[in-house]
Design a protein around this ligand. Sequence first.
Ligand code: DC
Length: 219
Amino acid sequence: MINIAIDGPAGAGKSTIARKIAAELGYVYVDTGAMFRAIGLYMVRLGVELSDSGAIADKVSGADVDIVYKDGTQVVMLNGDDVNGLIRTEEISDAASKVAVVPEVRKKMLTLQRDIANKHDVIMDGRDIGSAVLPDADLKIYLTASVDVRAERRYKENIEKGMEADLEAIKADIRERDERDMNRSEAPLVKVPDAAEIDTSDMTIDDVVKTIGDMIRKL
Ligand code: DC
């Protein structure tokens, strides 16, 4: 199986780009952030205090997360229900980043992610794919962009969806998530030495898709 790992901070464009490349090349796109979001949703629903790692570790065995594909789209199932429509809010973004620091949560997600990568050619995006989940990936990409550019992209997305958006609040949120994702002790976001770094600040989506697509075609 061919395994491509794409890591990077929130808003670098990982999911948009990985989804396009997967469609072009006929690979399965695996959005691992969505799995952490499902666990975040589960804990929020239970009313678990998100700074309480012990409580999260205790409860995680009750969250059965699975990934299925409907018409080529990844659907995240939480205890048998499609939760795709519920996991993209700011509240759940924040909850996902908080539950992701808990080792028991990461262990469970890692097993699920490796199972998928063993069965399919995948483009998997996340924070620790090249470093922890697929250390032997055929290609590792570290996708990044400046905080300002990432915040502006999110701002535009929210406006396009008809949601309220405050650029300064988005910037603060991105900084806070970066800080937590990069500095946690368990599988933090890092650029591994064998990853190719691509800064997307001044690139279009199509530019990035072409750059990575060319790298994969050369494998
Ligand atoms: O990629 P995303 O924004 O949907 O991810 C949501 C959160 O999940 C992110 O802030 C950190 C966590 N995450 C992680 O710890 N490891 C991954 N492989 C993917 C996401």
